[in-house]
Design a protein around this ligand. Sequence first.
Ligand code: IPM
Ligand code: MG
Length: 353
Amino acid sequence: MMRIAVLAGDGIGPEVTDEAVRVLEALDLPDLALLHGAVGAAAWREHGHPLPPATLDLARGSDAVLFGAVGDPACDHLERHLRPEQAVLGLRAQLGLFANLRPATTFAGLEDMSALRPEIARQIDLLIVRELNGDVYFGDKGTRTTDDGRREGWDMMSYAEDEVRRIAHVGFRAARGRSKHLTSVDKANVLETSQLWRDVVIEVAAEYPDITLDHLYVDNAAMQMVKSPGQFDVIVTGNLFGDILSDQASMCVGSIGLLASASLGQRQTGHGTFGLYEPIHGSAPDIAGQGKANPMAAILSAAMMLRHSFGLDVQAMRIEAAVGQALADGIRGGDLGGTLGTAAVGAAVRERL
Ligand code: IPM
Ligand code: MG
């Protein structure tokens, strides 16, 4: 039995997740159990918490989580621990999902959609390996008033060496399966956290003599990504820098509606590695409920799920090929300058499976 927790969440989450589920169903997988749970603002409204215990239990008891999006401007006034974003941060932390894989590859025929010139966009084939359980995201934080009456907000940034080491290994192993080039991104010229990061990555590199390692400061990396993205194969970086660079990478590809992600930990199930799979785009409240969102990122996330959590590489490739074919055939949602809605794009992908 393949037990998949489906946490669609807020905004466009339910619309795009629905299409991803329909693609999975169209594959006729044996013993597919889809278990739906409440998460995000939707869960807060219904149960008073963005990540209710029942949802966490559901995720824990499943082989993989198919996640939509969380976030709702109506919740911006809530105390931080009740805000929808805490649901995905809580799942990442509670489930030990420390390795976030965010591939970014140009699709043939889509070069014109890139924010970059087509001949530069064509080079993009990279994987961002983002650490997901540490950094300034999970450090102590707070607000205070200084002695002279100024309000101050503060967030503690830190990485422990074992946290860096385990994500560095993920980066090196990923590079081994690709073009054997790893770029570690930090801000070691300013931050102690980053200096430790860099030192540990260099230590780990000794175990991977076949991989070419280089280091970039994050500001330079952001510049290089738009200047000559073809130089990147695998990028390994911390939580905050990875968040920012992956959004940037999406616009280099052409739309944030196209980028999928996998969040993995150490836990193995009977089928593969337990993981959470989500499009990187978020809840997009401005277009929620209008049937306009591009479901391709969610569909591609389902493909990543089949690959990493169920070892179903052939089915994963079928989905990826169908999305690629749909794009090559000119299937375009609003995010890509077209007119097709969520359901039409989903149907177009299913027809090409
Ligand atoms: C992402 C998102 C999240 C993050 C938000 C929703 C907390 O931007 O997955 O990239 O910052 O990690
Ligand atoms: Mg983000």
